[in-house]
Design a protein around this ligand. Sequence first.
Ligand SMILES: Nc1ncnc2c1ncn2[C@@H]1O[C@H](COP(=O)(O)OP(=O)(O)OP(=O)(O)O)[C@@H](O)[C@H]1O
Ligand SMILES: [Mg+2]
Length: 252
Amino acid sequence: MYQIDQIDFSYGREEVLKAVSFNVHKGSFVSVIGPNGSGKTTLLKNMCKLLEPNAGHINLEQKSVNDYKAKQFAQKVAVVHQGANSDFDFNVGEVVLMGRYPYLRRFQNEGTLDLEIAIKSMQQTQTYHLKDKTLLSISGGERQRVMIARALTQEPEVLLLDEPISHLDIKYQMEILKLCKDLNQSQNITVFTTLHDINLASRFSKVIIMMKEGKIYKMGTPDEVITAKNIKEVYDIDVEIVYNSYPMILPI
Ligand SMILES: Nc1ncnc2c1ncn2[C@@H]1O[C@H](COP(=O)(O)OP(=O)(O)OP(=O)(O)O)[C@@H](O)[C@H]1O
Ligand SMILES: [Mg+2]
């Protein structure tokens, strides 16, 4: 689905991504973990064309992301940014419906089908009851779920999520990750998400990318990546690994 080939990225003189390469297979569930500042958000922004690499290539289904028109790209890839916020105080319902934009022609209004899709996305993220509230009058966690609802309304093939559960209470952390897993399994939607919670990344992901200082330190299955040695090398903490059906860390 996605091929990331030797990308470098710098903000000014500060080199943040260094020769990053990996592939994301269609239908995969990939989590990116790594300490603050290791380059996760920068990587995701390069993948969604918000930033352009200084070197290397990013292809989506064998075609450079640069060769996609904005709407065409948005029909395939939906993004939820870290701490996503809006300066405008739109209604929740309006914001979610905006997810249909890639499917509308210029000046075309949303139709019944678009509304139905938006309502379904709100139901899936349990935000339908908020539809008449404004974005500024709901909580941070509710807003995060609204942004996910908008992404789902895009009916994407790939969901790119940057810390999608960072403001959520434990119930909604599970709800959102279970929803992602369900979309991944039942609709073959490719999920690519950054996560700070190593144990949840381990539980939900098929593949984990562990970043350190702008490079991929390790990529593989949770069993391969979540080891006491790797966690020590990347986070500089000592942990015990407890096995469930997936490895979990217990800081010691
Ligand atoms: N707009 C920017 N201008 C300059 N430097 C930036 C900018 N955004 C990020 N950086 C720097 O790039 C590095 C990587 O940041 P990035 O946001 O990609 O990290 P991250 O892994 O997502 O961290 P976090 O876990 O805190 O979200 C950091 O050193 C950061 O200070
Ligand atoms: Mg980040």
